[in-house]
Design a protein around this ligand. Sequence first.
Ligand SMILES: CC(C)(COP(=O)(O)OP(=O)(O)OC[C@H]1O[C@@H](n2cnc3c(N)ncnc32)[C@H](O)[C@@H]1OP(=O)(O)O)[C@@H](O)C(=O)NCCC(=O)NCCS
Length: 174
Amino acid sequence: MLSHENIIVRSLQSPDFNALLNYLHNLSAETKSRFGPHAFDAASVIQFYNSNDNTGFIATEPDSHSIIAYSIIKEGILFHDKNRLNGYQYPEIEKDACTYAPSVADYWQGKGIGRLMFQQILIDCRKKKFKRMILWGGVQCSNEKARQFYQKLGFITLGQFEYNGLNQDMLLEL
Ligand SMILES: CC(C)(COP(=O)(O)OP(=O)(O)OC[C@H]1O[C@@H](n2cnc3c(N)ncnc32)[C@H](O)[C@@H]1OP(=O)(O)O)[C@@H](O)C(=O)NCCC(=O)NCCS
């Protein structure tokens, strides 16, 4: 657990699912359009976490206990990203890799919560012996905020690809 200005970051558990659905439901259309590892209904969330490969992390606000940020780490890389990622001249890109997808509630964006949550996630990933982190489906090139965020965390750019617009693959050695 990591605390910063009373905000708690911890792993997601099944009793948190209703609060998570509430969090997802309240995201703006803009944030929803940027974050899409799973659909935002109960059945999809349950199915997603039936896989042991996926770990959720949440940040909660102390007064309301409501979720203010949610991130996912998947062990390995996404099946449909494999060919593209292996096309980069990067040695053993899949070896000990994990895949990362962050989100922060609109009101809390730009206040250090994404970075705070990432610090906790890094601790967990290093414990699990992951050696590199790749973005979930890359980042949309139009998403300047997220691209700056990843660069600040030390991610490097692998290359760009077209999928509903221009996207960028990024990687961090852990
Ligand atoms: C991207 C996201 C996870 C970042 O989390 P955050 O809590 O807003 O970011 P932080 O406040 O921790 O900022 C960390 C760094 O990110 C960068 N950053 C954050 N907001 C930024 C903005 N509006 N413009 C440019 N850079 C920004 C800065 O470099 C900042 O470092 P600094 O504080 O030293 O300047 C969050 O904004 C978000 O959920 N966005 C919508 C969903 C999304 O895009 N997810 C990623 C999909 S690939």
